[in-house]
Every structure is written in structure tokens, then in C-alpha cells.
Design a protein around this ligand. Sequence first.
Ligand code: ATP
Length: 439
Amino acid sequence: MIPNDKTLFDKVVNLSKRRGFVFQSAEIYGGFRSTYDYGPIGVLLLRNVKDQWWRTMVQLRHDVVGLDASILSPPAVWQASGHLANFSDPMVDCRECGARHRQDKLEDQDTCPSCGRSGTLTDARQFNLMFKTHAGPMVDSAAEVYLRPETAQGMFVNFANVLNTSRKKPPFGIAQIGKSFRNEITPGNFVFRTREFEQMEMEFFVPPDDSDGWYRYWCDARMDWYRDLGMPEDRLRLREHDSEELSHYSTGTADVEFLFPWGWDELEGIANRTDFDLNRHSESSGVKLEYYDPASGERYVPHVIEPAAGATRTAMAFLMAAYDEEEVNDDVRTVLRLDHRLAPYKVAVLPLSKKPEMIDPSNEVLGLLQPHWMCDYDQTQAIGRRYRRQDEIGTPYCVTIDFDTLDDLAVTVRDRDSMAQERVPIDGLVDHLASRLTA
Ligand code: ATP
């Protein structure tokens, strides 16, 4: 067991770089601290997190539909949503070392965490977190547009479009996965807080009287999603906001938190946003955003329950939860005990030797498996070293082709967690793996 502290943090960051999960962006130019690039293994993990969310939130439901809205939008959207006026964090500067901090995240309000001096911090100023740019060739205020700081507004401004085209009626939801941008004052903790990140958000529109029940429903459902994908119970909790922390329009908000090496921190916020957003956009646009129920003749503005999660942050939490080291034959084996649905590769095909007579059948086995799963292929180094390389990126099964394969038309299947090996005929291999890898 690795202590859940800086040791674990450093090991996961190190593994991420070494094995191609995450790279610092623009690294050859010295790196750009607040953004990251997902490498060949990381892009698979991140995609699996997003796919699992989509599967649970959209595919397996009849009452949620998807959306992919634009990243750039005009100031009117952000004026109505309140982001232009309020989407800011309190910022303080250190007069001694010049470091800038988010005041609400300071442990000691009087001490600079960078240089440790006391009494050197300025009064707080509000700093708007939205990135502004210009659309078209004119760099003037009429051309100002914003990169979205959340995906949610795309769902609200498309409420009427979706309602009219999807034939849904409350309770129903609109879900979206995509990039968001925030000019964070203090990005950090690896990919936990970055200026460019991905979110997985859903706006669930309900009859006003049912909103409390649906709020509780989504709090439970979201916690179940993390548990089902293997997040350990003792590192996951739901924290209700008290009245001081609640936004003025919200009647209930809870954060799904994970016990990171630096303490409990947010993965997802679930909020009862009432009719605030639809009303604001109705007022600003002049377009009525409401639901008319032909059966009862009733007309109302639905209330909204919003589960809003970070994809990049959640992928990092799954990595931290899965990281393990264990002693095997006087050696330390690093193993990512990821749920197979999240594992970047499901299977690795490993010919025992590079001899040509072994490469052909290995390619055939690879060709059998690739239509079903993301597979890795590795023919260099000793087999033990190759198993370890797969263990540390979380590959659930290794399939080894050896000299006996040529006679018995069978392969060895090795299990990541137990390291147990089993001989399996090639013509039953897909079924053998499918029974273990099917969700
Ligand atoms: P925080 O308090 O950590 O700044 P928030 O409460 O402002 O987050 P929300 O606006 O609720 O976050 O966004 C929903 C989710 O999006 C968060 O729970 C988090 O997982 C993710 N997220 C928000 N900001 C960032 C960021 N800068 N980098 C990575 N993920 C983020």
C-alpha cells in the first residue's frame, strides 16, 4: 500500500509522464504550466471515462439526450448567465515575492504560501475567469466573444430547440461532454486544476414540485457511478453545501469529493438550480423557455438539476485510486488496478520471441482481438518485463504466443491482478476474454 500523500502524487505524476498518459503541453518550448496534452495511453483512459459517463447518462436512459454545443459564444450568453458579472475568484498578491493566490483557497489568510511571509498579502480583488477573444478581423469590442467556462449554458440556450425536436417532456435531460476554459489564478496539482479541461455535464429539467426528489435521485445516482467503476468507498464522499456556501439561486448543492493526496477535493457538483437559468435566458433573449403540457393545459418553467463533473479531473482520480505497488519475488511490481472498462488497453498480445514463426500467429491473434477491444502489441524484451509494463498501465489481460502455440493452437492468458495464467485455445479466445471483459 502506498501512503495517500505526496509519495502517491509523485508516483502517479511520474508514471503519467514516463508511460505516456499525460505530457506538459509545449514541453519542447519549456512547457506551459496550465495546460496538458494526453498521450497515447492517457487519451484512451480519458476516452473511457467519458464513454462510461455517456453510456450511463445517455445510452442507458430514455429520458436524456445529447448535445455538442459550440465553444465560442457571444457576450449576450454570458451576460444572461451571470458569468460576466460574477464568474470571478478573489485574488491576492504577495507584495514581497509577487506570487498571486486565490484568497478562498488560502489556509492562512495572512501568510503567502509561496514565500511563507506574513502580512504581505494585498486586499482581495475580483478576477474574472473567462477567456475573451475576438471573432473576425476587427479587434474591437463589437467582435468580443468568450470561450465557454462551462458547457452548461449550451444546454440552456438550446432548451427550446431540443424540446421541439426530441419530443421529450419534463422530466428529461440534455447531456454534453466537452472542453471548457477558465483563466484560473492558481492552476496546479497536475491535471486537477488547469486552464483548459473537459467537463461532463447534464441539465435535467423537471416539474418544479418534483425538484427535491430529483435532486436526491441524482446525488445517489452519481455516487453509484463512481462506486460501480471501482472508486473505493473510503476515498469517496458526498458533501452537502451549507447555506453560506449555496449559490443564491440554488436550493441544494452537493459535491462528490475524492480523497486526493492533499485532502478531500471536488470531482463533481450536483445542484438544484431551480428555474434561474431558463428565466435569465428568457428575459435576456425575449424567447420563452418553458414547457406547455397539452394534457393538463399547464405552462411552467422547469426547474433544473445539474450534475456537473470534470472528465480530466475524474480520470486523474481514477488513476490515483488504482495505483498500487506490491512485492513479487523480491521485486516491486507497479500495477494499476483499474476497472477493465476504464483500462486503456484491454488486452496485450505478446509473442514469446521475435522469431518469424512466432510473429505470424501473433499477428493473427491480434487481428482476431482488435475488432473487439483496444489491444497493445509488444515483441521486445523479456516476457517478465513486458508483463510488468502492461501491469503499470493497467492492461487486464496479456495473451502470450509461445512455441507450443504452433502445435496446440492455444495461447497463455495472464490475469493482471492475480497474475494467474491459463492455457486457452485460440478459437475460444474471444469468448474467453469477452466473458471477463463485458460490462
Ligand atoms: P473548483 O471549486 O474546484 O474551482 P467549481 O466548483 O468551480 O470547481 P464547477 O463549476 O462546479 O467547478 O465545475 C464542475 C466540474 O468541472 C468540477 O467539479 C471539476 O471536476 C471540473 N473543473 C472545474 N474547473 C476545473 C479546472 N480548472 N480544471 C479541471 N477541472 C475543472
